[in-house]
Design a protein around this ligand. Sequence first.
Ligand SMILES: [Fe+2]
Length: 420
Amino acid sequence: MPRAIHRTVLVRLFLVWLLLSVSGGALVYRLQTERLDRRVVKLALDESSALTAACAEHARRPDARSVTELRRRSEETLRAQFVVVDLYDADRKPLLAVIRPGDDPITRTARDRVRELPLGSQPRHRRFYSGGRLLLEIMAPLSDERGAPLGYFRAIYQVRPETQKSIEEDVFGALALLVAALLAAAVALYPVIILLNRGLARSAAELLEGNLELMDVLGVAIAERDADTNAHNYRVTLYAVRLGEVLGLDPESVRTLIVGAFLHDVGKIGIPDAVLLKPSALTEEEIKIMHGHVMKGVDIIARSTWLKDARRVVEFHHEKFDGSGYPKGAKGAEIPLVARIFAVADVFDALASRRPYKNPMGLDEVLRLMTAERGTHFDPEVLDAFVPLVPALYREIACAGEDVPEAMVKSLVRRRFALE
Ligand SMILES: [Fe+2]
């Protein structure tokens, strides 16, 4: 199995683990902090319960003595971890405010913030940190045992360091547990995914092998009809791919070029022998029939999803850069780049190789003829990129026996279609 699969699975599992850790972590953090808020608010309200009785007394008899008692109870409450305590009567008029002595940053912050929570019939709270210490703004209505309103209590509660530590340990403990559980799940899934993927990769490779064999079979069938050997298909594929690589084609376009080069003349299967194999010059009518091989080829490959991209080569392989080609007279950039590349490779091989009816041309003669058609038949940029490649390609491919290009193409196909 290619190493890339292991890397892909690892990367994807890592991303899933990261995503779940972040989203699950956020959820756990939220749930834990809500639990913490409930715990702290209850703690704070329990510690302030003595105020309710004093408020009730003041509501019954609002005199100096009850105010003194209220202040005493408020100061007691303050000592129980409160920084600021504000009391209001049932009409929301301020009764008294007590603040922890000192001018430390927490006290200053608390003094500024205590009035931010509006008075209302439901308890409210808000959590914040100051100087690394956890504080809670609290607002709670005070009611007697029958539920009648006595006043309002608004305060800032400073969570004890040991409580804060335990709360934070709970939150981070739950987060660590979640992250570890997700990591364990990812580690356990890894071999399972690799195993499943191995089966899928094997099936995909078999399917691809089948498609490539079909491409080869079609190429051979065309060559048989055309009284030629399949060597032209192999050579032209090698030239076209080498030229495409020099021009910086992306891997997908190179694969299109391989299939298109192999099947460029597949439509010749549908041309009658009397025209296709006629030894003498074709009449005008016969030329028209012969030109029909392009669209017949397009119809044939359109029946296969796997071959459909090759249309860019098959449909345009007889078009010329100046618009004088067939079947559409497309010109310039209207002709796909892969077809412009293929046209150069095809003509080069036709001129440089032996055919039943002609001897191969010399290299200089081939180059002279092709250069004369720079900008008319051929895309100038493509031809300019091809000319420097010609001597090496000629030695390596054109002069080699028929078996050599075939072996080279088979190796190229395996590499380019990731079969090895
Ligand atoms: Fe053709």
